[in-house]
Design a protein around this ligand. Sequence first.
Ligand code: DC
Length: 223
Amino acid sequence: MSKNIIVAIDGPAASGKSTAAKRLAKALGFLYLDTGAMYRAITYTVLKKNIFDNLEKIFELVKNLELKLKFEDGVTRVFVDGEEVTNQIRTPEVSGKVSEISRIPEVRAEMVKLQRKLAEQGDLVAEGRDITTVVFPEADVKIFMTASLDERARRRFKEHQERGEQVTYEEVKENLVKRDKIDSSREVSPLRKAEDAVELDTTNLSVDEELQRMIELVNKARK
Ligand code: DC
């Protein structure tokens, strides 16, 4: 049996990774993995249990919790110990704290283990911050996705509005700047472009153009 194909996508917050990765996975019939959802689910649970300042308890939590992602009809449904937290993990509260939780090495180690396991199940499109550099450095296709800060803030603000959440454009933009800074400067697995990753700036690309470019990259890798 030939080995599974892995498409790895990294990029800053709201650069369009999730939309692009989902559409690519659907077009090719690959599995889809939103690794940010995993760090968000841990963060949500840490906040709910009120253990944000207790590293020992956070270690214990990540070792013992049961995290499940189900990709259905274009949505990643997320379950923690059987409870669905799909909507709860996207709130401004969780966005405000997720970079602090995902910089903890022990949290990352557990998540990376789970992410690699999934790649054994079939061809995969995975997106996050360290997918091309740490989780799957040997991926068949490696993409670094970017977009201007204003475009990213606009996209994320629209998502919050669609969910009826009370947050201003300025707050959204500030959160993106803050997260990008922490995500790119942390010691363990910082966000950076892998040398052999293809950079895709989506600021002025339609989602269809984006998809087309990615399919071309996959076809090239398959040859
Ligand atoms: O992709 P996202 O915005 O949902 O990710 C939420 C946070 O999770 C992001 O600010 C940093 C962290 N993250 C990470 O550290 N490594 C990943 N592979 C994916 C996300």
